[in-house]
Write a protein that binds this ligand. Structure first.
Ligand SMILES: C[S@@+](CC[C@H](N)C(=O)[O-])C[C@H]1O[C@@H](n2cnc3c(N)ncnc32)[C@H](O)[C@@H]1O
Length: 264
């Protein structure tokens, strides 16, 4: 079966709707983004910095604080950018942009930071090619992305209910590594982090995903509302995963650093 292609208009609308609720629901996003920021080499002193897929701008502000430079936030979702602008009026620019076609000059940036955004790109290699193009020689792309195995409990519980696509597809690690290896960067490293969050009830997990804008936008998604009977089957199937800590939701996160050669 061909891979479903994500619809960027639906992604942007979904994240725009979630702009106001995003920050309260974003505990995992904060952790993995902070872990990414810590990985950016301590001796780097970037001047031109972008936060790609900046969302509400939490890491745009963290980058500004760490590097003492104004950071430009870019995002596909206008609603996210509006919210980011309200939260950080001091930052110079919030730009509507697609990671696969950046409105930036070649060789113009020292650091591209991107936390949990690139898994929404239908073509990761296009986004990497764009990052490579806009980085200066010696520049760094620091990004993280979700890997296969993320939300496997939810995917499996839905399988007990129907054959629709309910959970976005995430790349297997070997596929990601192959894409990284052919992206033209002089040096790169990729480490995998595993996180498990626990919820008292399934409704709390699904509500959190909704608050984050992490909606199912696959072409194979079901239409209409989830009926009560199907929801009961889903809940029962998810209960098979229950532990003493609650219902688990697993996340596999690849933390990636890529460096453009200094002599391009
Ligand atoms: C999970 S949020 C992460 C936001 C922020 N980086 C953080 O860690 O809080 C993902 C963001 O990526 C944005 N996004 C999705 N696809 C994108 C694309 N092709 N280009 C730019 N941004 C995109 C979404 O609109 C959303 O704001």
């Amino acid at each position: 079966m061909p891979e479903p292609v994500l619809d960027k208009r639906l992604i942007a609308e979904s994240f725009s709707r979630a702009a106001v609720t995003y920050d309260q629901a974003a505990a995992l996003q904060r952790t993995v983004g902070s872990n990414l920021l810590e990985r950016v080499p301590a001796d780097s002193a970037p001047v031109d910095i972008i936060d790609l897929g900046c969302g509400t701008g939490y890491f745009s502000r963290a980058l500004t604080a760490r590097f003492q430079q104004p950071v430009i936030g870019l995002d596909l979702a206008e609603g996210m950018l509006r919210h980011a602008r309200q939260l950080s009026p001091a930052l110079p620019a919030w730009v509507a942009a697609d990671a696969e076609a950046l409105p930036l000059r070649s060789d113009s940036q020292d650091l591209i930071f991107s936390s949990l955004a690139l898994q929404w790109c239908p073509d990761l290699s296009k986004a990497l090619a764009e990052a490579w193009r806009v980085l200066r020689p010696g520049g760094c792309l620091a990004f993280n992305t979700l890997l296969e195995g993320s939300l496997h409990e939810l995917r499996s519980a839905w399988r007990a209910v129907d054959d629709f696509v309910h959970v976005n597809r995430f790349m297997p690690l070997d596929e990601l590594q192959a894409v990284l290896g052919t992206a033209g960067f002089a040096d790169w490293r990729c480490e995998v982090e595993q996180h498990v969050l626990y919820y008292p009830r399934l409704g709390e997990l699904t509500q959190e995903l909704k608050s984050l804008g992490a909606h199912n936008v696959n072409p194979g998604r079901p239409g209409g509302l989830t009926g009560a009977a199907r929801l009961r089957r889903l809940t029962a199937a998810y209960e098979d995963f229950r532990t003493a800590d609650g219902l688990p939701a697993s996340w596999q996160v690849a933390q990636v650093l890529m460096f453009k050669a200094t002599d391009n």
